[in-house]
Write a protein that binds this ligand. Structure first.
Ligand code: ASP
Ligand code: MG
Length: 418
């Protein structure tokens, strides 16, 4: 079994869906995860806002637009005006939820999930019917029946153990060997629809790959693969052929929008390679992410923006800062500060943390514990894995570099935002 994932951008037009068909080619044992078409999820968020604000007309006009957008794709795929009863039924349900729900503020997330889930229900229905039409028999899987999440709406984590028997049974029950399932959605223990957080379809695909013990997972994207840096920040970014899971997690968390950060763990646990491949050209190899420790071939540059550098010094000049570490990190945890770099000397400790709205409270609490605290905002943390002397020269010096930590292969620099 292989798992393929197609994001919203790759199925935003009829040509995109035809291309998906081409990529599936003659695969014989394949689970396909599909996101909502194009910007559908954003539009559904507006349908939800209409419900939230008691503005039925607003919800209905968004739904109308979604209906004609999807209808145009269907007509193009069928090469004639076509009515798909299952699609019509989904729109009817959606309209009903948007206009007849007895909305209460406490249930905001529940209705958000119920509404935005229609994006994936629609896209997979259209893809599945189209594939059937062109001769690829497939089973449409309702992921709300097989992916169980925690009881939490809007960014639920999947309960893999609980989902396992359900998904496996659904796959075994289907006579077809091509499965089409929605990314991004699942169900809570109480049976209501949940979503896994925006861009969560990658995570869905990884969960499916984990449960079915897939030989590989491929994400088909509008890029050639994973780049070694964000091209918007580093113009000379190049494609990486092979990446370790851990580097991929670092890249994902650093905001390099390659894959959803939650995607890696379920794959790593089963040692399943993840291919990031260009949907425009099936022959190109893309990037493979896996557990083999390949030596870094090209340096990877990861820039974490919006950092704050806190420098702590004990007010009584005690030189045994170690004793105070547990107190300091206890506070970091209490105020949910994410520490990205630690640098210490005998008398002071510097912490580079993500900027959040709890920083002021944390600084206050540290001062109450007897520390002098200096806070520098507008900082960035640049990590270069596998640096070269040139990159070291270029980035690790200069007056805006506040802290520089080097190991044999990695240099980390805290610098003023540039
Ligand atoms: N359709 C959802 C979103 O746009 C999930 C995804 O695309 O992965 O966030
Ligand atoms: Mg999307």
């Amino acid at each position: 079994m292989k798992v393929y994932k197609f994001g919203g951008a790759s199925v935003k037009t009829a040509d995109g869906v035809r291309n998906l068909h081409k990529i599936i080619g003659d695969e014989e044992n394949l689970f396909v995860i599909v996101s909502a078409m194009g910007k559908t999820t954003n539009a559904l968020e507006r349908v939800f806002s209409g419900l939230q604000q008691g503005d039925k007309a607003a919800s209905l006009s968004e739904i109308e637009e979604l209906r004609s957008y999807h209808q145009a794709i269907i007509d193009d795929l069928w090469r004639k005006p076509a009515k798909l009863p299952r699609v019509e039924a989904l729109f009817a349900e959606l309209e009903k939820v948007a206009t007849e729900t007895d909305y209460r503020v406490e249930d905001a997330e529940l209705w958000y999930d119920t509404i935005v889930a229609y994006g994936e229900l629609l896209s997979t229905t259209i893809v599945s019917e189209f594939l059937n039409r062109v001769g690829i028999a497939n089973a449409w899987i309702d992921m709300r029946k097989v992916i169980l999440t925690e009881q939490r709406h809007k960014d639920a984590a999947v309960d893999i153990e609980a989902s396992k028997p359900l998904l496996r049974a659904a796959v075994e029950a289907a006579p077809e060997h091509i499965y089409i399932g929605q990314g991004f959605i699942g169900a809570a223990p109480d049976g209501t629809t949940t979503t896994l957080g925006r861009e969560g379809s990658d995570y869905s695909a990884a969960v499916v790959a984990n449960i079915l013990g897939a030989e590989s997972m491929s994400v088909w994207k509008d890029v050639d693969g994973v780049l070694n840096a964000d091209p918007k920040i580093f113009p000379d970014a190049v494609k990486i052929d092979e990446l370790h899971y851990l580097d991929a997690i670092e890249l994902a968390y650093s905001g390099a929008q390659i894959i959803h950060p939650k995607t890696i763990k379920p794959l790593q646990n089963k040692n399943i390679p993840l291919y990031v491949r260009p949907f425009g050209d099936k022959r190109k190899p893309g990037t493979v992410i896996r557990g083999m420790l390949a030596p870094v071939q090209i340096p990877i540059l990861i820039l974490k923006k919006n950092q704050v550098l806190l420098t702590l010094r004990s007010r009584d000049f005690s030189f045994v800062l170690e004793e105070k570490f547990s107190k300091i990190f206890g506070l970091m945890d209490r105020f949910r500060l994410k520490v990205n770099l630690i640098h210490n000397s005998a008398v002071q400790l510097s912490l580079c943390v993500d900027n959040t709205w709890h920083i002021e409270e944390a600084v206050q609490a540290l001062r109450e514990e007897g520390f002098d605290v200096m806070k520098l905002s507008d900082m960035e943390l640049l990590t270069i894995r596998g640096y070269t002397p040139e990159l070291f020269e270029k980035y690790a010096f200069g007056k805006e570099v506040f802290i520089r930590q080097t190991t044999q292969s990695t240099v980390r620099i805290i610098r003023r935002r540039v």
